[in-house]
Ligand binder design. Structure first.
Ligand SMILES: Nc1ncnc2c1ncn2[C@@H]1O[C@H](COP(=O)(O)OP(=O)(O)OP(=O)(O)O)[C@@H](O)[C@H]1O
Length: 444
C-alpha cells in the first residue's frame, strides 16, 4: 500500500508512490476508490493494481461499535495481532444484536426521528409497503446513485416528506455487512446537526436492509466542483461549505454522547442544499472513538476510507483517531480551492496527488497557481487561498499530534472568512461603481 501511504504532505514522492493510483485504474463516479481491507488483503491486491481495482474490496466488517453505545455491542475479540500478515484477528458475534423489537410483519426498527415525537425508539416506523410506495417499487427513475453500501433512491413518504432511501446490495448480505449496517444505524440515530444528513429510520425485513435519511436536493460537492449543473461554485460558497463541514465534524468529534470519527470525509459525501449549505452524509464507516481522556486510540481491524483522503498514519498503525478525519479534511480543503480531485490520474506525475502538488506550490510561494481556473483571482481570494492552504498543510501533517483539532480548523476558517468578506467588500463596491460607470458610458 505504499501508494496510499505516500499521500502525506511534506514527503517527497518516490516512484513507488504512484503505483496505487496507476493511471490504468478506471475511476468510479467519485473518481476515487473506496478502500477497505487489512494490510494482508491489501498486499494481495498489489498484483491486481493494473486490473482496474476501482472498488478495492467489498465492504466488510469494520464496525466495532464503541462501548458507550446503549444498544448491545458486538462481542468482539480484539485478540491476537498477526504480525506476519499485519492483520488483526477479530471475531465478531452479532447474533445477539438487534436494534429494536422484532415485528415480523413490519421488520426491525431502530430508534429514529419522528417529526412529531422527536427522537424515540421506533419513532418513525417503516413497512416494506411504505418503502415500495415511496420509491415506486424502487423505480429506476427514482434512483439517486450507487455507493459501496448499495443503491440510493429518492422517495416521498405519505406525509409528503422527501427522503433518500439506501437499499443494501443483496450480494453483500453477510454477517460482516450486518455489523457495518448496524454501525451506520446506531451512529446515524445519535446525530443531530444542521450540517449532518438527518436519520429518519431503518428497516430490516427478510433480506432487505434499508436506511431512510433526509433527502438533500442539490447533489454532491464533487458534482458542483465539476460544474455538472452548469454553475460555478464561487469562492465564498466554497468557504462556507468548508466551515459547514468543519462544524459537522467538530460536532461528531466533540458534542455527541460518544466521539464519532466519520472516517470517510470526501467531496462525494458532502451533499448540498438549494442554498448551498453543506450536509455531511454517509456514516457507513463511522466509528465511535475511544474516550479521549484515556489517551487510547482505536485499533481498527481493517483500514477503511477512500484513496486520496486516507490518513497515512492510520494506514501504517491502524490506529484511528479524530485526527484521521482532520487529515481527510485537509485533502478536502485543497479540493475545494483547486477544484481538482485528490488523485488526478491523468495529470503528470508531479501533479497527480493534488494535496502534495498544492502544498509544494504554496511552500514555493506560488499558491495562486493552485486556484481553480474557473474562479476569479482578486486580493481577497488570493489571501484566503493562501490561508486555506496553510491550514491544509497543518491538517496534512504526517503525524496526528501535529494536526489541529477540527474545532481549531473551524475557528481558523471563521477568521479566514471574516478577512475574505472584509477584503471583498471594497471589491464589490468598486465592481458596482465600474458597472455604474459602464452604464453611464452606455447611456452617453
Ligand atoms: N441523503 C441523500 N440525499 C440525496 N442524494 C443522496 C443522499 N445520499 C446519497 N445520495 C446520492 O446517492 C449517491 C450514492 O450515495 P452513497 O452514500 O451510497 O455512496 P457514495 O458516498 O457516493 O459512495 P461510497 O459508498 O463509495 O462512499 C450519492 O453520490 C448521491 O448522489
Amino acid at each position: 500500500m505504499r501508494g496510499v501511504e505516500a499521500e502525506g504532505a511534506g514527503r517527497r514522492p518516490s516512484s513507488d508512490d504512484w503505483r496505487f493510483q496507476s493511471s490504468d485504474r478506471t475511476p468510479d463516479h467519485s473518481q476515487s476508490s473506496t478502500y477497505s481491507g487489512s494490510s494482508a488483503e491489501r498486499s494481495n491486491k498489489a498484483g491486481e493494481r493494473g486490473r482496474n481495482p476501482v472498488k478495492i474490496a467489498a465492504r466488510t466488517v469494520a464496525g466495532l461499535i464503541g462501548s458507550c453505545l446503549a444498544p448491545p455491542e458486538p462481542k468482539t475479540d480484539y485478540g491476537a495481532i498477526d504480525h506476519e500478515s499485519k492483520s488483526y484477528s477479530v471475531s465478531s458475534d452479532t447474533s445477539s444484536e438487534s436494534s429494536g423489537g422484532r415485528r415480523p410483519k413490519r421488520g426491525i426498527y431502530s430508534g429514529s426521528y419522528n417529526s412529531t415525537h422527536g427522537m424515540e425508539p421506533g419513532g418513525l416506523k417503516f413497512t416494506m409497503g411504505e418503502i415500495y410506495k415511496a420509491t415506486r417499487n424502487f423505480s429506476p427513475s427514482m434512483k439517486l446513485g450507487q455507493g459501496g453500501f448499495g443503491t440510493v433512491y429518492k422517495g416521498r413518504l405519505e406525509d409528503g416528506t422527501m427522503v433518500a432511501i439506501k437499499r443494501a446490495k443483496k450480494s453483500v448480505y453477510d454477517k460482516h455487512l450486518s455489523v457495518e449496517f448496524q454501525s451506520e444505524i446506531q451512529t446515524l440515530a445519535r446525530v443531530e446537526h444542521l450540517n449532518l444528513v438527518r436519520f429518519y429510520g431503518y428497516l430490516e425485513h427478510e433480506d432487505e436492509k434499508i436506511v431512510v435519511v433526509e433527502y438533500v436536493p442539490n447533489g454532491t460537492l464533487r458534482e458542483h466542483l465539476d460544474c455538472l449543473n452548469g454553475n460555478i461554485l464561487d469562492f465564498a460558497a466554497r468557504l462556507d461549505i468548508a466551515i459547514d463541514v468543519a462544524h459537522a465534524v467538530t460536532y461528531l468529534h466533540m458534542y455527541t454522547d460518544c466521539p464519532i470519527i466519520h472516517r470517510d470525509i470526501k467531496s462525494s459525501n458532502i451533499l448540498l442544499t438549494e442554498n448551498l449549505r453543506a450536509k455531511v452524509a454517509d456514516f457507513g464507516f463511522a466509528k465511535l472513538a475511544p474516550d479521549s481522556d484515556s489517551g487510547a486510540t482505536h485499533i481498527s481491524t481493517q483500514v477503511k476510507g477512500t484513496a486520496g483522503y486516507l490518513d497515512p498514519e492510520y494506514l501504517k498503525t491502524y490506529q484511528l483517531t479524530e485526527k484521521s478525519d482532520v487529515y481527510s479534511f485537509g485533502v478536502l480543503l485543497v479540493e475545494l480551492v483547486s477544484g481538482r480531485r485528490p488523485i488526478e490520474t491523468k495529470k503528470e506525475i508531479k501533479e497527480r496527488i493534488t494535496a502534495r502538488w498544492a502544498i509544494k506550490k504554496f511552500t514555493e510561494g506560488d499558491a495562486i497557481l493552485t486556484l481553480d481556473p474557473v474562479l476569479t483571482r482578486n486580493p481577497a481570494t488570493n489571501l484566503a487561498l493562501e490561508k486555506i492552504l496553510e491550514l491544509s498543510l497543518q491538517c496534512l501533517a504526517p503525524t496526528r499530534q501535529s494536526r489541529p483539532r477540527m474545532r481549531r480548523c473551524a475557528e481558523i476558517l471563521w477568521s479566514i472568512r471574516r478577512d475574505f468578506r472584509e477584503l471583498s467588500a471594497p471589491d464589490f463596491r468598486s465592481l458596482s461603481s465600474h458597472s455604474q460607470k459602464g452604464n453611464i458610458i452606455r447611456e452617453e
